[in-house]
Structures are given as structure tokens and as C-alpha cells.
Design a binder for this molecule. Structure first.
Ligand SMILES: *[C@@H]1O[C@H](CO)[C@@H](O)[C@H](O)[C@H]1NC(C)=O
Ligand SMILES: *[C@@H]1O[C@H](CO)[C@@H](O)[C@H](O)[C@H]1NC(C)=O
Ligand SMILES: *[C@@H]1O[C@H](CO)[C@@H](O)[C@H](O)[C@H]1NC(C)=O
Ligand SMILES: *[C@@H]1O[C@H](CO)[C@@H](O)[C@H](O)[C@H]1NC(C)=O
Ligand SMILES: *[C@@H]1O[C@H](CO)[C@@H](O)[C@H](O)[C@H]1NC(C)=O
Length: 440
């Protein structure tokens, strides 16, 4: 893409396609990307409560996370779902064939945990698998979809993460995910349905995203996130490389899921954490943190609770952003917003050197249809700064740290209208000096 960037045509086409041609799963949920906490990346399959009672997968862990979510402003910021991942069940189903929680680690059972979450105004997520066993070898749901959906509904569960390990034959994947979606619907309880269908199907062929959007509220496309910069960039690159296919199917009710936020752990620098947060908001991704909310550093907490970034993530238009340009070691990402404005992220992908300047010309990013020839620019990351009203010809000098991101909000300045003359002038400008503009 380098070089052929920022053509007016691309921008017009990219931004004006606001229509969602694909019907979403009709359960009234996930009208904006899901926000919450999910145990996997940070706590994995730690079941040894004798050796590590503070961090093992037990009811205590989720209750303590819920307490922290209420006490430390997470709930107020919008984080709502407390989600269990693999390794919660007993190794065996009960005498009636139902899944049951490990009795030692969940003495109160899942129903009690769900009641606890609801009493705090939170929601509970659970985990199961479409195949014969979960990825960690606990009982799978194949052949038990109706029973398991009914069990989750009776317990008062609010979200199901449905993994895709151990399917005897991948040709059964789609049917399995669809059957569970139907089973959840039949319970009559609103249960948000988080799938991994495309991730497992990509190994064999290109998944049918129309069917996926009709079946799931979000869907994992790419590998599990790890606590590292290479993992985060791997996911970001995968998403950009497939954006023509996956962005059109995202919208209210159904989202592409690039996996958990690992902000507040060990592997990402401050700049890298800001990049993950900014790009997950631009990508309209579920914001499911996997970290220890009982002991998180204040800087990571402020980033995760940044209301400006959360507002971008939760923008009601629900249009996933895209990578618009890749030039000179920078990437430019944009997400159109319901205000008629844009969120714009400039990431410095160079992993050497110091802060580098990126000259941003508004003419290259403004929305053609809105056709305001000026806009109000607010920098959200790395610091909040009001940059004021900028016109088409002003150049903003951004300074972006290695692996960091500058996140801007561009809002239309009200009462601007576009005359034919202005439009012509702008087009002339865009066709002129192309070399100069793309040299950036
Ligand atoms: C089940 O599906 C129908 C039709 O698609 C929908 O109207 C209804 O709200 C769904 N119920 C639940 C609980 O998701
Ligand atoms: C998987 O299912 C397909 C279609 O039913 C069949 O042709 C194929 O042989 C199966 N593969 C395996 C490994 O069982
Ligand atoms: C899904 O349901 C259909 C219809 O009952 C059935 O034929 C199919 O085997 C089911 N698929 C799986 C994976 O359970
Ligand atoms: C994809 O799924 C949709 C909805 O189920 C279906 O109408 C369509 O035919 C499928 N497309 C392909 C190529 O299989
Ligand atoms: C620009 O945006 C800032 C931050 O939202 C706001 O305080 C300011 O009033 C806006 N200015 C104009 C001219 O819209």
C-alpha cells in the first residue's frame, strides 16, 4: 500500500459505506462492543488453589475482580461483564449429563456467582467449547448444546465464550456454532454469544462472515493475544490485512474480536499499552481486559478508563475503523463516528530511535460528504490537548514515540456548508501536489 496512500477516492468510498448489508444476530445485545474482564491471558489454567489461592481459577477470583470493578471506577467507566474462561468445570458431567463447576474451587456453584455479579450491577460470562473437549481438556459441549445452554440460562449467565477446540471434523464447526446460537435463543434468556468460529475455520478455508454475523455477537479471527508487543502487532497486522473482508460485517450486534486487552500486565511498555487501547477503540473491538484489577498500576488504570477513548469504542454508529495508510514506518488508522467526525490514530511502528514527526494535513483525512473545510482537533493520546480549529491547509506536526500512538478526535465545526466552489478547490488541491502530499 505504501505510496498509493490517502487517495481521495479511497477515503470517500471507505467512509461513506455506512450501511450494514448483513443482518446481525437478533438478541438485542452487543449494540456497542462488549466491555468487561476475562480471565484467560492473565490467569490461564491455574487450578492449584492450594499452592496459589490468590490467583487460581476459583469463585474467589471473580468475586474479588467484581469488587474491584465496582470500587475502583471500572463499572462506572462502562466495564460490565466479568468473564470466566477455560478450566472452571469439573472433569465430569453430573448424573443428569449437565456441566458442573469444580466443587472445590466453586463451592457456591455458578448460580451463586451470577447472583453475586447481578447484585453489584455486573454480568457474568462463562466458557464452553463446541467440540468434544475444551482446549484444556474439560468436557466439551458437542452433543449437549441444548442441555448446556439451558444450564447456563438457569444459572443466570449473561455471556458465553464458545471455543472451537477438539471438533472431530472441521466441517462440523459452522453447524455447531449455529446450533448453539439456536439453543441459547431457545432458553429465552438474553445471553451474549462470543464465538471463535472463524479462527478455527481459517485453518481450512475462508469463513462465511455473513453466516457468522447472523450467529454470533462477536467472533475471534486471529490467534490468542499474549502479553507482548509482537502478539499485539501480529493481531493488528492480521486485522489490517483482512479489513476489506471483515470490516463490512462489523456493526451494532456483531463485532470482530481481536482478543483481550493486556494493558496493566508485564509485557507492554507505556507507549505500547496506549497503542493497544487506541487501536482496539478504532477497531470497534470488545474491550475485555485480562489483568489483575486488584493490583494494577495507576497509569494503566487511567488509560483503560479514559472516557474519550471509551467514547470512540462505544460510538453508536458502530462502524469499525480501518488502516488507511502505511508510510515511512507510520500507520494511519481512521474510524468514522456518529458525530460526522473521525477518530484518527497515527502509530509509529519503528522499534528504534526516538520520537518521530508526522505531518498531518487535514485535507488528506477529511470526510468528503461532510465537506467541512475545517475541523476541531482534540488530541486524546498521549496527552489530552485541544489543538483547536484547523483548516484544510494547516499542517499538524505530531510527534509519535517508537511503538506509540497519537490518537486524535476530529469533529466537524458546526454550521459549515460546502459550496461547489469549495469542493472544486479541494479536488484541485487533492489532485495537485500529490507527490508532495504522499511524501509525508
Ligand atoms: C430469539 O430469536 C428471535 C428471532 O430471531 C428474536 O426475536 C428473539 O428476541 C430471540 N430471543 C432471545 C432470547 O435471544
Ligand atoms: C470430514 O467430513 C467431510 C464431509 O463430511 C468428509 O468428506 C471428510 O472425510 C471428513 N474428514 C475426516 C478427517 O474425517
Ligand atoms: C446441528 O443441528 C443439525 C439439525 O439438528 C444436526 O443435523 C447437526 O448434526 C448439528 N450439528 C452439530 C455439530 O451438532
Ligand atoms: C453464507 O451464509 C449465508 C447465510 O447463511 C448464506 O445465505 C450464503 O449462501 C453463504 N455463502 C456461501 C458462499 O456459502
Ligand atoms: C473543540 O473541542 C473542544 C473539546 O471537545 C471543545 O472544548 C471546544 O469548545 C471545541 N471548539 C469548537 C470551536 O467547536
Amino acid at each position: 500500500m505504501t505510496g498509493s496512500i490517502l487517495s481521495a477516492f479511497n477515503i470517500i468510498v471507505g467512509i461513506c459505506t455506512f450501511i450494514f448489508p448483513v443482518r446481525a444476530l437478533d438478541n438485542g445485545l452487543a449494540l456497542t462492543p462488549t466491555m468487561g474482564w476475562l480471565h484467560w491471558e492473565r490467569f490461564m489454567c491455574n487450578t492449584d488453589c492450594d499452592a496459589d489461592p490468590h490467583n487460581c481459577i476459583s469463585e474467589k477470583l471473580y468475586m474479588e475482580m467484581a469488587d474491584a470493578m465496582v470500587k475502583d471506577g471500572w463499572k462506572d467507566a462502562g466495564y460490565e461483564y466479568v468473564c470466566i474462561d477455560d478450566c472452571w468445570p469439573s472433569r465430569d458431567r453430573d448424573s443428569e449429563g449437565r456441566l458442573q463447576a469444580d466443587p472445590k474451587r466453586f463451592p457456591g456453584g455458578i448460580k451463586k456467582l451470577a447472583d453475586y455479579m447481578h447484585s453489584k450491577g455486573l454480568k457474568l460470562g462463562i466458557y464452553a467449547d463446541v467440540g468434544t473437549m475444551t482446549c484444556a481438556g474439560y468436557p466439551g459441549s458437542l452433543g449437549h448444546y441444548d442441555t448446556d445452554a439451558q444450564t447456563f440460562a438457569e444459572w443466570g449467565v449473561d455471556l458465553l465464550k464458545f471455543d472451537g477446540c477438539n471438533m472431530p471434523n472441521w466441517t462440523l464447526l459452522a453447524g455447531g456454532y449455529i446450533n448453539m446460537s439456536v439453543a441459547l435463543n431457545k432458553t429465552g434468556r438474553s445471553i451474549l454469544y462470543s464465538c471463535e468460529w472463524p479462527l478455527y475455520e481459517w485453518q481450512f478455508h475462508q469463513p462465511n462472515y455473513t453466516a457468522i454475523r447472523q450467529t454470533c455477537n462477536h467472533w475471534r479471527n486471529s490467534a490468542d493475544v499474549f502479553d507482548s508487543w509482537s502478539s499485539v502487532t501480529g493481531i493488528v497486522d492480521w486485522t489490517a490485512d483482512h479489513q476489506d473482508l471483515i470490516v463490512p460485517v462489523a456493526g451494532p450486534g456483531g463485532w470482530n474480536d481481536p482478543d483481550m486487552l493486556v494493558i496493566g500486565n508485564f509485557g507492554l511498555s507505556r507507549d505500547q499499552q496506549e497503542t493497544q487501547m487506541a487501536l482496539w477503540a478504532i477497531m470497534a473491538a470488545p474491550l475485555l481486559m485480562s489483568n489483575d484489577l486488584r493490583a494494577i498500576d495507576p497509569q494503566s488504570q487511567r488509560l483503560l478508563q479514559n472516557r474519550h477513548i471509551i467514547a470512540i469504542s462505544q460510538d453508536p454508529l458502530g462502524k469499525q475503523g480501518t488502516r488507511k495508510a502505511k508510510v515511512n514506518g507510520f500507520e494511519v488508522w481512521q474510524r468514522p463516528l456518529s458525530t460526522g467526525g473521525l477518530a484518527l490514530a497515527v502509530t509509529n511502528r519503528q522499534e528504534i530511535g526516538g520520537p518521530r514527526h508526522f505531518p498531518l494535513t487535514l485535507a488528506t483525512v477529511l470526510v468528503w460528504r461532510s465537506c467541512y473545510h475545517q475541523c476541531n482537533v482534540t488530541q486524546i493520546l498521549p496527552q489530552y490537548r485541544e489543538l483547536g480549529v484547523q483548516n484544510l491547509f494547516s499542517k499538524l506536526q505530531l510527534s509519535v514515540n517508537p511503538t506509540g500512538t497519537t490518537l486524535l478526535l476530529l469533529s466537524p465545526v458546526p454550521a459549515m456548508s460546502c459550496t461547489r466552489l469549495q469542493a472544486k478547490k479541494w479536488l484541485r488541491y487533492l489532485s495537485k501536489d500529490r507527490a508532495q502530499r504522499t511524501a509525508l
